[in-house]
Design a protein around this ligand. Structure first.
Ligand code: UDX
Length: 444
């Protein structure tokens, strides 16, 4: 039976969830205080790029199932469920997550929700947040708020698919009645035979942070191996292939390169470190500091390589391919590509940057970087090229053709997606991160 739901906060998570809930047939009210975002959604336009989502948004709005409001209204009293999807960014002055929006949305919701409805938390929060939220909301609402923590594992670039067909659903806390309501709302996911794992609130909060920490650790593990490989003549692409065939290790998240970025991994591992310290067990997560440090060293590695290649990169023209933190997204939050470009710029290089989707945003947010719309134009100006984000169109670049545009043919493959032999045969000097074998042994 279709339900009425509100989705509070329409960032990547909330916007995708709202569209997914409408696709499941529910009546969805998306709540977003930012007027410009709200206008965009009402005009069926996504304020960010996410493959397939704008079309699905448009269908949901046209069907009348998805509407938008800047705040709760009487309609919220009739809702069966309220999904909290607000952001928890890194605090400005510390590693801690800023949970202000969580508590603020909870206290506002407590004024509008009915005692029969459920509250479902989907944001990534420090362990302990949900319990405090439940207590505060119950006190202010005057009844026991039925709160379920249901972390979201969607990946940008694959967000809608991950929401419609997740590989597992984690449900923390909640009454039996509340859990039953949520399972009705998620009926297509239940029907697909997806595992539902039920637990308490704290464990559900931890599942999300633990999953992200584990994945970030895998990436930094292979990038730590890259540091060894680069000075010993080994090749981490082969190494990852070989260790990944051990099913206890698995082949995923072992791609060597300039490391992870985005709105999740960096801030989530730091928030986890901060929370563990607050709980008096900071030592338990010492390894995550190393994970963060390895990751940040990868960005510096590109700068060091180019400095070594040219003696100094001051005045050199560097063409950076890709700005977003991963392909199929225009998200620039903590993007390794932007970090490298900015470092190069600070050292006096002239930096040109291309991105299939994020160009306009780069010119607004990073005016010191010159955005180039045309690949050939970028190549023709450059002394060296850095492939920083593995968009498909960069994998298809013909090294013969692009090479004719350059006097000096130097490329740093920051994502290990170029065919080293092919580029080398076309006369390029190619540096592939974590692959001394692809370069000259010890010559990185
Ligand atoms: C991640 C989690 O995957 C998702 O479950 C969670 O809900 C949010 O955080 P996302 O940030 O969208 O999703 O991207 P993901 O595909 O996990 O990649 C994160 C970063 O790691 C990217 O910068 C990517 O380039 C990098 N990465 C990934 C590597 O450097 N090597 C790899 O092997 C895999």
């Amino acid at each position: 039976m279709p339900k009425i739901v509100t989705v509070i906060g329409l960032g990547y998570l909330g916007a995708t969830h709202a569209v997914a809930m409408a696709e499941f047939g529910h009546t969805v009210i998306g709540i977003e205080p930012d007027e410009s975002k709200l206008r965009a959604f009402r005009e069926k336009k996504l304020p960010f790029y996410e493959p397939g989502l704008e079309l699905a948004l448009s269908k949901a709005v046209d069907s009348g199932k998805l509407t938008f409001q800047s705040a709760h209204s009487e309609t919220s009293r009739n809702a069966h469920a309220h999904f909290i999807c607000v952001g928890t960014p890194q605090s400005e002055s510390s590693y801690a997550a800023n949970t202000t929006y969580i508590y603020a949305s909870g206290s506002e919701l407590a004024k509008w929700m009915s005692p029969e409805s459920i509250v479902v938390g989907k944001s990534t929060v420090p362990v302990g947040t949900a319990l405090r939220l439940k207590t505060e909301m119950s006190e202010s609402a005057g009844f026991d708020v039925d709160l379920i923590w249901n972390p979201e594992f969607l990946r940008e670039g694959n967000a809608l698919e991950d929401s419609l067909r997740p590989d597992r659903v984690v449900l923390g806390g909640g009454t039996a009645k509340g859990i039953a309501t949520l399972k009705e709302i998620y009926a297509p996911i239940v029907k697909a035979g997806t595992p539902f794992v039920e637990m308490d609130l704290q464990t559900a909060e931890l599942v999300k942070t633990a999953a992200n920490s584990f994945l970030a650790t895998k990436i930094s593990f292979i990038n730590a191996m890259a540091e060894i490989a680069e000075v010993s003549g080994a090749d981490t692409v082969k190494l990852a292939e070989a260790i990944g065939l051990d099913e206890r290790i698995g082949k995923h998240f072992l791609k060597t390169g300039i490391g992870f970025g985005g709105g999740c991994f960096p801030k989530d591992i730091r928030a986890f470190i901060s929370r563990a310290e607050e709980l008096g067990v900071g030592d338990a997560l010492d390894f995550l500091r190393a994970v963060d440090a390895v990751n940040l060293r990868r960005r510096q590695r590109v700068v060091d390589l180019l400095n070594k290649e040219f003696g100094t990169i001051a005045e050199k023209k560097i063409f950076v391919l890709g700005a977003s933190f991963k392909p199929n997204s225009d998200d620039l939050r903590d993007s390794p590509a932007i970090a490298v470009a900015t470092k190069l710029r600070e050292l006096g290089a002239n930096v040109f940057i291309h991105d299939p989707k994020a160009g306009e945003q780069v010119s607004i947010l990073f005016p010191e970087l010159t955005v180039v719309d045309n690949l050939a134009e970028g190549f023709s100006m450059a002394n060296a090229v850095v492939l920083a984000t593995e968009w498909d169109e960069y994998k298809q670049i013909d090294p013969e053709v692009s090479g004719t545009l350059m006097a000096q043919k130097v490329v740093v493959d920051g994502r290990n997606v170029l065919d080293v032999e092919r580029w080398r045969n076309a006369g390029w000097k190619i540096y592939a991160l974590g692959r001394s074998v692809a370069n000259e042994v010890g010559g990185l």
